[in-house]
Design a protein around this ligand. Sequence first.
Ligand SMILES: Cc1cc2nc3c(=O)[nH]c(=O)nc-3n(C[C@H](O)[C@H](O)[C@H](O)COP(=O)(O)OP(=O)(O)OC[C@H]3O[C@@H](n4cnc5c(N)ncnc54)[C@H](O)[C@@H]3O)c2cc1C
Length: 376
Amino acid sequence: MQETTYDVIVVGAGFAGVACAQALARHGARVCVIDRKRDLGERLHTTGILVAEALHHPCLAGLPAALVRAVPHARLYAPSLRSVLLAAPGYRFYTTDTPALMRWLGEGLVQRGIALRLGTPFRDGVREGAHWRLPGIGRTRWLVGADGAKSRVAARLGLGQVDRWLQGVEHEFDGVALREPDALHCFISKRYAPGYIGWVAQTPTGVQAGLARRHLPGSTAVPDIDGFLRHTAAMTGLPASRRPDSIRAGLIPCGGPVHLRQRGRVLLAGDAAGMVSPVTAGGIHAGLRHGSAVGEAMARRLQHPGEGDVHVATDAVPAFRTKRALRWAFDHAQFDAPFDLALRTPFMRRLAEQLYFHQRGHGVPEPDTGVPVQHD
Ligand SMILES: Cc1cc2nc3c(=O)[nH]c(=O)nc-3n(C[C@H](O)[C@H](O)[C@H](O)COP(=O)(O)OP(=O)(O)OC[C@H]3O[C@@H](n4cnc5c(N)ncnc54)[C@H](O)[C@@H]3O)c2cc1C
């Protein structure tokens, strides 16, 4: 059977792959997106919390309101479970009905004339003259690996690979309400989340509660989410005995961008390229932006083939220097006592608001929610 020839095949229909494909399609490129999943809403490995800026990304234009829930505050808990409420006027996080969001993004690809092939894993690529051939899938002039933190495209085709991760696990509880649903609850704890935090959030469909910790290659330690849920139950109102309706888990790159993100006509995007904030571990907005930048740069190259090999959008690649330094500090010198002592000081509060709200933080009065907050 004759294999179809595309301008670009994108491996992975996550945030980065969708953004890349849509940018290319806007410029008239012939694009195919493949994903090994049969249903984009299955086997998720993200909480799906969006920063407010992400909603301005073109891929999320027209997102149905039912798929998101605005969360205006963050409540940050010290290891002792003392907490402080953080906010910035007008700023919101958005939790999502993530399975529905991923399916909606997939439908958007098809509506834009992009070939979407689900249940189609990338296994290998073979060079044939100016093209790559993906056996059983098709031929392409350019190939994009947007296939996540353990990119097979990078591994098979000799590009840089992510080598530092956090390991995240999350329990979902359908139809449950938190005591304080308008806050994203974040817990600092060396015991439960060494190297990162635990979180609990109200979503459009229930509650998600998760933990991430440093992932050391070869280590079999897994986040103690049951212990974490028992430890925090009095704060969140989540019944500690309730079994989860579903579980999400995965690795989160935390070492900054990989060095070799392009080799000839193969490029990496999103998690595969290490585009995740080493401090917040937020990769959705970064993946959307990076995917778009990669797509735009390839589209220019397809329109002007005489310009030589594209070196893609280096200006859109954040170096995360300060955040990598903070990550180093957190990895090597995380102690509970300073957080217990300092969390409620104005300096720490301001610092935390800057990290959470990108320097738009101002204190807000505590709402009367009945949360059993421990005060000094
Ligand atoms: C537990 C957890 C919670 C998180 N929570 C948040 C959060 O709340 N907010 C936030 O901003 N970030 C969060 N992150 C990080 C964020 O989810 C990722 O940075 C983001 O999803 C990256 O998008 P991506 O498109 O690069 O990769 P992915 O979302 O990983 O998408 C990769 C796609 O490629 C497909 N694929 C993989 N291998 C192959 C193959 N061989 N062939 C074909 N298809 C393949 C996969 O099926 C998948 O659909 C979280 C991560 C984890 C692990």
